[in-house]
Design a protein around this ligand. Structure first.
Ligand code: PLP
Length: 406
């Protein structure tokens, strides 16, 4: 059982959590569990150390110090100074702040933003909203392997461009973008550069200075930290508008009483993620390549979406021709496997994933996709079980498909 594997009983007792029967978990890009060591660091801030960090009494001062220590931890890992890190309530909030904040702060200079067609909705919907508010947005398409060309970004620059925002790694197909190259171009043109690094932080070492990044979003629940805790790096001198008005928290730029347990948990999870980051990356990538090899060998009419090596170590995205992804997911779930599909189900109608369409997949192929995202606790036995079930389920679904028989 999943919880049994990662939590010892005493932690479960301490937190009052029940051991539940959990599926084999292959959806780490959606979220991860909170590591026991991270939870242990967070717990006192819910109970004994609950004081408001703005309080001048001892426990308030201690909590302020805990926030500042966390800030230093995050800054050290990203290669920036403490004052350039602001804590937020999520990766989505960090994206909104970077994009909307920059758009309105810079609107006297211009109204043009460059982004990509396969961003997470936290970026895409924010840009679409800005279009309704008078901004112009260029959506650069990735190539068939899910990589954005830095030259395409450069070609799209006009004298009205105020912001370039390109994700570090795609959340559906895991492809890693040429961020350092885009950063260089943005800096040469004196245009601000934001990257949504929510899928990359904790998996790939990132130095914001070396990569010429002006703003970067991250989120703790993607690297074994708590949900509802994010952060943004904003380079000194870059001044997006204040996003949440109110008190003086986060240098008066992001008001609201700080989520001390969340912030402490974020920093501890990031610290742990960066220990042996390279060994872990190689270990997970090896498991990923084993999964790809097994599936490609055993299931015909299958495609791996996204570049095979320029991708996150734990990400695999398959398209199985002649089947429908949602049915596949439901049947995997019945077999105790948690994974996700590339398509989003909206109010009864199935919309194919905008990411898969952006790399040129036809609608019907995009519908038959499956995202498997591995984490450090997955095992080869679990992958063998997944492959065994996939072979069986894909075959069964294809037998029911008139298209397959044609
Ligand atoms: N950006 C990317 C690339 C993501 O994958 C996600 C979450 O899936 C987000 C932003 C949103 O992060 P959060 O869940 O912290 O709001």
């Amino acid at each position: 059982m999943y919880t049994k594997k990662v939590y010892n009983i005493s932690i479960l007792k301490k937190t009052g959590m029940k051991r539940m029967k959990k599926p084999i978990y292959f959806d780490h890009a959606a979220t991860t569990y909170v590591k026991p060591e991270v939870l242990a660091k967070m717990l006192p801030y819910f109970t004994t150390n609950f004081g408001n960090p703005s309080g001048i009494y001892q426990v308030g001062r201690e909590n302020r110090q805990a926030i500042e220590d966390a800030r230093e931890q995050v800054a050290g890992i990203l290669g920036c100074s403490n004052r350039e890190i602001y804590f937020t309530g999520s990766g989505t909030e960090a994206d909104n702040w970077a994009i909307r904040g920059t758009a309105f702060a810079m609107q006297k200079k211009g109204n043009h933003i460059i982004t990509t067609a396969f961003e997470h909705h936290a970026v895409l919907h924010t840009c679409q909203q800005l279009e309704k508010e008078g901004f112009e947005v260029t959506y650069i398409k990735p190539d068939a392997e899910g990589i954005i060309s830095a030259q395409d970004i450069e070609k799209a620059i006009t004298d009205k461009t105020i912001l370039i925002t390109v994700m570090f790694a795609n959340n559906e197909i895991g492809t890693i973008q040429p961020i350092a190259e885009i950063g260089k171009i943005a800096r040469a043109h004196n245009i601000l550069f934001h990257t949504d690094a929510v899928q990359a932080v904790g998996t790939i070492p990132i130095n914001v200075v070396e990569m010429n990044i002006d703003m970067l979003s991250l989120s703790a629940h993607k690297f074994y930290g708590p949900k509802g805790a994010g952060a943004i790096y904003i380079r000194k001198g870059v001044k997006p508008q204040v996003f949440i008005q109110g008190g003086a928290q986060e240098s008066s730029k992001r008001a609201g009483t700080e989520n001390v347990p969340g912030i402490v948990g974020l920093a501890e999870a990031l610290r742990l993620a960066n220990i042996d980051i390279e060994e872990r990356r190689l270990k997970i990538a090896e498991m990923r390549d084993y999964l790809i090899a097994q599936v490609m060998q055993k299931i015909p009419y299958t495609k791996v979406n996204g570049h095979l090596t320029k991708r996150l170590p734990g990400n695999v995205n398959f398209s199985f021709n002649f089947i429908e992804g949602e049915s596949l997911l439901l049947m995997l779930d019945l077999n105790g496997i948690a994974a996700s599909s590339g398509s989003a189900c909206t109010s009864g109608s199935l919309d194919p994933s905008h990411v898969l369409l952006s790399i040129g997949l036809p609608h019907e192929v995009a519908h038959g996709s499956l995202r498997v995202t591995l984490g450090e606790e997955n095992t080869y036995e679990e992958i063998d079980y997944l492959v065994e079930k996939l072979v069986m389920i894909v075959d069964r679904l294809r037998q029911m498909s008139p298209l397959y028989h044609e």
